[in-house]
Write a protein that binds this ligand. Structure first.
Ligand SMILES: *Cc1c(COP(=O)(O)O)cnc(C)c1O
Length: 474
């Protein structure tokens, strides 16, 4: 047998080529970031899916650098100062480089020796999360997993394992009507029907209504249902509203119900000395999830799943896999005993490198700044007679709308404003439906967004609204 490299293998594993393309790529990315910071170029160069597909289906690469440049220019720019849309982080640069290290080393993480450093670092990171949350000494353990959706499923599986196995009656999850759809998806994956997820109404600030919650719990208890968990939102996705975790925690404690907190977006407020009161009571939760790839400046995916009782962190997915693990003991360093993934990214190093490089203070500074900006934006909206603020912001998420003169068609008008904004590419914002009406929605994610960008967004929305009003009047 001839063990010489073929030309293609030679090129694929050419170390000198890796070095030179890598250096060039960093230059391309840094130039891109500079433009994002300055606000040059569009946030998004929107093309419809077929057009995008046609471009790529007939693509012929001239060089890897050209391929990377095409991908960058045809992808939304989360670092752009006028990217104010969905809740994904504009990653800080050391965590992004850690992502490259993870992907290149490609340690499997399934067993300890397949990722020793990242496994031990994961324990350190989880301990830091537990401390921030306010779990006390013998409380708190967990792991990292691939995203909030999977994290919520994992935590709810642990909650179900907590119920007696010989139970009669129906399993129920109770959550606010503002909860993220992935709670429904988790229930579905767990074999539950949609009627087994009870949606409790929220108040005018989109926080769960506590008396309605109390009533819902009472009803289930009387019927002999098994309340698998009550899920608190910290914060909700649409409006960034934080449920009253202290009161929900007390209620759950009273009825001996598993209390789960979905802190995918807003759990990071625990790091903000100014906004930590938003998550007051979070330490009462039996389980918590927090996405680092939302408010903690790391690339996706990196989500912490935390449990108050360390042993619960082994319960969600316990199975025997003899070829991987020798014993069934709770070994902290065999992470795949607890996670849904077998092979997993070295996600801990993204968080650890951020904290090692810039301290916990950087998370405080980021969360505080972005939340402050949302308050600024809301005040500007509130003082514009043509605009309506949907809620008082509790996070860096704000919903608002343009009050068209065509009052009976506010939904259509606001949807058009958004689509024109996105088509022009000057801003990226999203929309949502609140109480069955369409609102424009911003999440201030980019660290480069400043007050003047928010001022400009307001004048652009009003300008587009006037344009649409006069189109209609014609
Ligand atoms: C984003 C989000 C999720 C889903 O998390 P992914 O990391 O996108 O899977 C779940 N819950 C809330 C409240 C969220 O904001």
């Amino acid at each position: 047998m001839d063990d010489a490299f073929s030309p293609s293998l030679e090129a694929a594993f050419d170390i000198d080529r890796f070095r030179s393309i890598g250096h060039e790529l960093i230059d391309v990315l840094a130039d891109h970031l500079r433009k994002c910071k300055e606000g040059a170029d569009k946030v998004i160069d929107y093309r419809d899916p077929e057009e995008e597909y046609n471009f790529w289906s007939s693509y012929e690469m001239s060089s890897p650098q050209a391929l990377f440049s095409d991908i960058i220019s045809r992808t939304i720019h989360t670092h752009h100062r006028r990217y104010i849309g969905h809740q994904v982080a504009a990653p800080a640069y050391i965590p992004a480089l850690s992502g490259l290290v993870s992907e290149l080393l490609n340690a499997g993480m399934g067993i300890y020796e397949m990722g020793a450093a990242a496994t031990a670092i994961e324990r350190v990171v989880i301990e830091e999360f537990c401390r921030k949350i306010g779990y006390t000494n013998d409380e708190g353990d967990g792991f990292l997993t691939s995203g909030g959706t999977l994290a919520n499923l994992t935590a709810l599986l642990a909650a179900r394992a907590y119920l007696p196995s010989d139970r009669a009656g129906t399993d129920i999850i109770i959550v606010s009507d503002q909860a993220h759809f992935c709670i429904d998806r988790a229930a579905k994956a767990m074999g539950m029907k949609s009627t087994q997820v009870i949606k409790v109404q929220s108040d005018e600030q989109y926080r769960v209504d506590l008396s309605a919650l109390r009533a819902a719990i009472g009803l289930c208890v009387n019927k002999g249902d098994n309340i698998l968990a009550v899920v608190g939102c910290a914060c909700s996705t649409s409006t960034g509203s934080y449920d009253d975790l202290v009161r929900i925690g007390e209620l759950c404690n009273l009825h001996n119900i598993w209390f789960h907190v979905d802190g995918a977006h807003g759990g990071a407020a625990a790091w903000s000395s100014k906004y930590m009161e938003r998550v007051r009571g979070i330490h009462l939760a039996d389980s918590i999830i927090i996405d680092a790839h939302k408010m903690m400046m790391t690339p996706a995916l990196a989500t912490a799943v935390l449990f108050k009782r360390p042993s619960d962190s082994y319960k969600a997915l316990a199975i025997k896999a003899e070829y991987l693990w020798e014993q069934s003991a709770a070994e902290w360093y065999m992470l795949a005993k607890r996670t849904y993934e077998t092979t997993k990214l070295m996600m801990s190093i993204k968080i650890f490198s951020l904290i090692q490089s810039h301290g916990h203070q950087v998370i405080d500074d980021y969360v505080t700044r972005q939340y402050d900006l949302a308050h600024y934006f809301a005040a500007q909206v509130d003082s514009s007679p043509q605009l309506e603020l949907a809620h008082i912001p509790m996070a860096n998420i704000v919903c608002f709308r343009y009050l068209s003169r065509q009052v009976d068609d506010l939904d259509r008008c606001n949807m058009k404003i958004r689509s024109r904004l996105v088509e022009r590419g000057g801003f990226y914002i999203v929309q949502t439906v609140l109480s069955e009406e369409v609102y424009l929605r911003i999440t201030i994610m980019s660290p480069y967004t400043e007050k003047k960008d928010l001022d400009q967004l307001i004048s652009e929305v009003i300008h587009l609204g006037h344009e649409l009003d006069s189109d209609d009047a014609r």
